[in-house]
Ligand binder design. Sequence first.
Ligand SMILES: Nc1ncnc2c1ncn2[C@@H]1O[C@H](COP(=O)(O)OP(=O)(O)O)[C@@H](O)[C@H]1O
Ligand SMILES: [Mg+2]
Length: 384
Amino acid sequence: MSARNSSDPILPGSTIGVLGGGQLGRMFAMAARRMGYRVHTLAPEHDTPTGQISDVEIVAPYDDLDAVRRFAQDVDVVTFEFENVSTAAATAAEAFAFVRPTGQALHVAQHRFREKTFLVKNQIPVAPFAPVRSDEELQKAVTSVGMPAVLKTAAFGYDGKGQATIKDETAANAAWDSMKRQDAVLEKFVNLDREVSVIGARGVRGDFSSFAPIENAHANHILDVSVCPAGLPEKLAKEAIDVTRHVMEALDYIGLLCIEFFVTRDGRLLVNELAPRPHNSGHLTFDACRTSQFEQQLRAICGLPLGSTEQLQPAAMANLLGDLWQGGEPNWAAALAFPSVKLHLYGKSEARPGRKMGHLTALAATRAEATELVVRARDALTRR
Ligand SMILES: Nc1ncnc2c1ncn2[C@@H]1O[C@H](COP(=O)(O)OP(=O)(O)O)[C@@H](O)[C@H]1O
Ligand SMILES: [Mg+2]
């Protein structure tokens, strides 16, 4: 670690290290390079979405600790766009550079059982849950949590991968077998009114800022459309932001954190999960807010003042999954014919079904109009 004080700002011209190679790192790198920073990235693949925008792309597995050490030696601060980096890798990097958020925060957020246990310890409401690490625990969990429920692998799940909705103990057994009996969590199925997310940022002196809650609609467990403002009563919006601040303080967090919330039909707010990085739902901040979530991540990890999160206009974001390529190249001109729709593509060459290839953002006078517009623009992509 350099001799500098941890609260000294890391100024433009410095080098940021991004662990991970996906679109979150790509948009972060765009924000960082715009402000005159250099960006190095490390990921197991070559020509990644992040690597394409970085000054230096290192191709190495995250558990190649020598590679992680060499990577950290060349940068001033390390951050993440991918949360499943091991604690060992984060610790290896910490010997040479600031790591923000810390490996400790990552350790909590990357494992559903640890995460939920941490939340309960901090008096934050979550859906009823129980750990599943043996047949006995599975049986006990089915009784204590109640049916229907969702069985989720404790680690490495994303976009609904590694989860199954179950109705009884037989189904629970079969689902756990198909997860190869990895450590899992059984969680009560929540009757959802809606889902929202809050993206918070916390700086090196404990300064906090958040974006307004964003409302998220999923299709096949993958985020489909996000819209801001969310249709949330003022009291719940405030509560969601208070919870976000509380969680970040409890983790002594530096950087950007997104909390996914469930809003139950009886009007309660439950935390679903934490993402210790920018979040898909926050992509609309790129076009709709004074400061994007990516610039805010940069400011937070560099010890700079946090930017204004003020939203300029209601906005909606629609994901573009690989499925859209099934009938050939999407009709980009048709979507771009909507003058207030913005196209973002992540530079991925292979369009697999369910793979996040890009997104569209629409700005409009109301949230309903923005949503309608972004969905119409996405529909236009498959018009040939
Ligand atoms: N307990 C639950 N009750 C109802 N819906 C759920 C539950 N858990 C997950 N879901 C649905 O599946 C989506 C993905 O689940 P999540 O736990 O956030 O995993 P991932 O890591 O894949 O994002 C959620 O956003 C929600 O739409
Ligand atoms: Mg999720």
